[in-house]
Ligand binder design. Structure first.
Ligand SMILES: [Zn+2]
Length: 113
């Protein structure tokens, strides 16, 4: 059976961004989580799903569920920081990881370095 050798455009994070963009291991882990499936302990929905939180609401605005989509597109408390994202956020995780890390820091999802 013929198998296509074409690969997804982004089969894995560009290796050269790993240490240059993400200054600490936690940031690298979060970036990988968000690139893979969006499940990360930086979101209350994930913490709720694994039994580590009693509520899945966003700590900043109170809306539920607090997940990747909420953080990137809906949370009104971080509207001002969305200008840090150069394009579609889901693409920017791959093409502009530095800007996405800055957005997550500004949104208080990551510690400010
Ligand atoms: Zn929110």
């Amino acid at each position: 059976m013929y198998m296509s050798h074409s690969q997804p455009k982004y089969a894995h994070p560009p290796l050269e961004t790993k240490r240059r963009v993400c200054r600490d291991e936690r940031e690298r882990v979060v970036l990988a989580q968000l690139r893979c499936n969006g499940k990360s302990p930086i979101f209350q929905k994930y913490l709720y799903d694994i039994g580590a939180s009693l509520c899945d609401a966003c700590l900043q605005c109170g809306q539920s569920p607090d997940d990747l989509h909420h953080a990137l597109y809906d949370c009104p408390e971080v509207d001002v920081f969305r200008s840090l994202i150069p394009g579609d956020p889901m693409v920017s995780f791959w093409e502009s990881p530095l800007q996405m890390i800055e957005f997550l820091r500004a949104s208080q999802r990551l510690p400010i370095a």
